[in-house]
Design a protein. Structure first.
Length: 153
């Protein structure tokens, strides 16, 4: 590179920053940064995102599995009501029921209900069914899949 002839691998050696439009590189002088596209000579800048995306997705999956392993999953059941609403409840938390006009609304309401229920148990120093005594928990709500019985003619 013309501006830095002693640097053999600029993408490794330099720190790049951006203002959202231009890309700059820091120099040894803390008062100077260079616009990599306006400096004399040619500069190629590329970032391989595939590895970063894959690593991020794998990290998310590992974190979700780790949370599930802690026993913080609360299965809920849902069924339609005669009036068009959806009844949803958490069987392990006695009395934790709610309704919604849509399935997604019902899920939203049960998440709030489970969180409030669990927070109240923690506040009262009582054990959480399926978890035990804890001082902090982030409940994970999962809809229990119903297995339809096949009708035999």
């Amino acid at each position: 590179m013309k501006n830095f002839p002693d640097v053999d691998k600029p993408l490794i050696k330099f720190v790049f920053i951006s203002d959202g439009v231009n890309i700059f590189t820091l120099t040894d002088d803390p008062n100077i940064c260079l616009d990599v596209f306006k400096s004399p000579g040619q500069f190629v800048f590329s970032i391989a995102l595939t590895g970063i995306i894959t690593e991020t997705q794998n990290t998310i999956v590992r974190m979700e599995k780790a949370e599930e392993a802690t026993g913080n999953i609360f299965e809920v059941e849902m069924e339609p009501e005669y009036d068009g609403r959806w009844h949803i409840w958490c069987p392990i938390l006695r009395g934790c029921h709610t309704w919604g006009h849509t399935q997604s609304e019902a899920m939203q309401y049960i998440e709030e209900a489970v969180n409030l229920y669990v927070d109240a148990l923690i506040e009262d120093g009582k054990p959480i069914p399926g978890v035990g005594k804890v001082t902090k928990i982030k409940p994970i709500i999962r809809l229990k899949e119903k297995i339809e019985e096949e009708k035999v003619a």
